[in-house]
Unconditional design. Sequence first.
Length: 114
Amino acid sequence: MIKSIVEEVVTHGVYVFLDELADNKPYVGKSKRDLDKRIKEHAKSGSRRASLIVSKINVKGSKDDVQVIEQLIYDLLAGDNADSLSNTNRPLSKTRASKHKLRQKLATLKICSK
Protein backbone atom coordinates (compact mmCIF):
# COMPACT_ATOMS: atom_id res chain seq x y z
CA MET A 1 0.00 0.00 0.00
CA ILE A 2 1.26 3.46 -0.89
CA LYS A 3 1.43 5.91 1.98
CA SER A 4 -0.08 9.30 1.34
CA ILE A 5 -0.30 12.54 3.26
CA VAL A 6 -3.00 13.61 0.79
CA GLU A 7 -6.34 11.83 1.01
CA GLU A 8 -8.50 13.59 -1.57
CA VAL A 9 -9.29 12.03 -4.93
CA VAL A 10 -7.96 14.22 -7.73
CA THR A 11 -8.43 13.85 -11.45
CA HIS A 12 -6.85 16.08 -14.08
CA GLY A 13 -3.88 17.46 -12.25
CA VAL A 14 -0.31 17.24 -11.04
CA TYR A 15 1.14 14.94 -8.41
CA VAL A 16 4.39 14.64 -6.47
CA PHE A 17 5.63 11.50 -4.82
CA LEU A 18 8.89 10.23 -3.37
CA ASP A 19 10.32 7.61 -5.72
CA GLU A 20 11.57 4.59 -3.83
CA LEU A 21 13.52 3.42 -6.90
CA ALA A 22 15.51 6.68 -7.00
CA ASP A 23 16.60 7.05 -3.36
CA ASN A 24 13.27 8.73 -2.50
CA LYS A 25 13.87 11.70 -4.75
CA PRO A 26 10.66 13.59 -5.61
CA TYR A 27 8.96 12.77 -8.89
CA VAL A 28 6.59 15.26 -10.53
CA GLY A 29 3.94 13.97 -12.90
CA LYS A 30 0.61 14.85 -14.46
CA SER A 31 -2.50 13.07 -15.62
CA LYS A 32 -5.93 13.83 -16.96
CA ARG A 33 -7.21 10.75 -15.13
CA ASP A 34 -7.43 9.68 -11.49
CA LEU A 35 -4.01 10.52 -10.06
CA ASP A 36 -3.91 7.56 -7.67
CA LYS A 37 -4.48 5.18 -10.58
CA ARG A 38 -1.74 6.91 -12.57
CA ILE A 39 0.72 6.63 -9.68
CA LYS A 40 -0.04 2.89 -9.40
CA GLU A 41 0.62 2.52 -13.14
CA HIS A 42 4.18 3.77 -12.57
CA ALA A 43 4.77 0.92 -10.10
CA LYS A 44 3.12 -1.64 -12.37
CA SER A 45 5.40 -0.69 -15.25
CA GLY A 46 8.46 -0.83 -12.98
CA SER A 47 9.54 2.69 -13.89
CA ARG A 48 8.82 4.30 -10.51
CA ARG A 49 7.58 3.28 -7.08
CA ALA A 50 5.94 5.80 -4.78
CA SER A 51 6.98 5.46 -1.17
CA LEU A 52 4.97 8.53 -0.15
CA ILE A 53 2.52 10.68 -2.09
CA VAL A 54 3.41 14.23 -1.11
CA SER A 55 0.96 16.29 -3.15
CA LYS A 56 -1.98 16.02 -5.52
CA ILE A 57 -2.97 19.26 -7.19
CA ASN A 58 -6.30 19.53 -8.96
CA VAL A 59 -5.86 21.77 -12.00
CA LYS A 60 -8.96 23.39 -13.44
CA GLY A 61 -8.40 24.07 -17.09
CA SER A 62 -6.95 22.59 -20.22
CA LYS A 63 -4.26 19.98 -20.82
CA ASP A 64 -1.89 22.89 -21.50
CA ASP A 65 -2.69 24.38 -18.07
CA VAL A 66 -1.82 21.06 -16.44
CA GLN A 67 1.52 20.95 -18.29
CA VAL A 68 2.38 24.50 -17.21
CA ILE A 69 1.61 23.71 -13.55
CA GLU A 70 3.65 20.49 -13.80
CA GLN A 71 6.64 22.50 -15.05
CA LEU A 72 6.14 25.13 -12.35
CA ILE A 73 6.20 22.48 -9.59
CA TYR A 74 9.19 20.80 -11.24
CA ASP A 75 11.10 24.10 -11.30
CA LEU A 76 10.22 24.92 -7.69
CA LEU A 77 11.45 21.54 -6.48
CA ALA A 78 14.52 21.19 -8.70
CA GLY A 79 15.82 24.74 -8.53
CA ASP A 80 19.14 24.70 -10.39
CA ASN A 81 19.67 20.97 -9.81
CA ALA A 82 17.49 18.75 -12.02
CA ASP A 83 19.33 15.73 -10.57
CA SER A 84 17.55 16.37 -7.27
CA LEU A 85 14.38 14.94 -8.86
CA SER A 86 13.57 11.44 -10.06
CA ASN A 87 12.25 12.79 -13.38
CA THR A 88 14.39 11.92 -16.38
CA ASN A 89 12.95 14.71 -18.55
CA ARG A 90 12.04 18.31 -17.93
CA PRO A 91 8.33 18.60 -18.82
CA LEU A 92 8.67 21.70 -21.01
CA SER A 93 12.23 21.10 -22.16
CA LYS A 94 13.67 23.59 -24.64
CA THR A 95 14.52 20.65 -26.88
CA ARG A 96 10.80 20.07 -27.40
CA ALA A 97 9.84 22.65 -30.02
CA SER A 98 6.15 21.81 -29.65
CA LYS A 99 6.23 23.17 -26.08
CA HIS A 100 7.45 26.68 -27.01
CA LYS A 101 4.09 28.42 -26.42
CA LEU A 102 3.69 26.70 -23.06
CA ARG A 103 7.17 27.86 -22.00
CA GLN A 104 6.13 31.41 -22.91
CA LYS A 105 2.95 31.02 -20.84
CA LEU A 106 4.98 29.77 -17.88
CA ALA A 107 7.32 32.75 -18.16
CA THR A 108 4.40 35.15 -17.73
CA LEU A 109 3.12 33.58 -14.51
CA LYS A 110 3.57 35.62 -11.37
CA ILE A 111 3.81 33.47 -8.29
CA CYS A 112 4.41 36.15 -5.69
CA SER A 113 3.79 39.83 -6.11
CA LYS A 114 5.03 42.75 -4.05
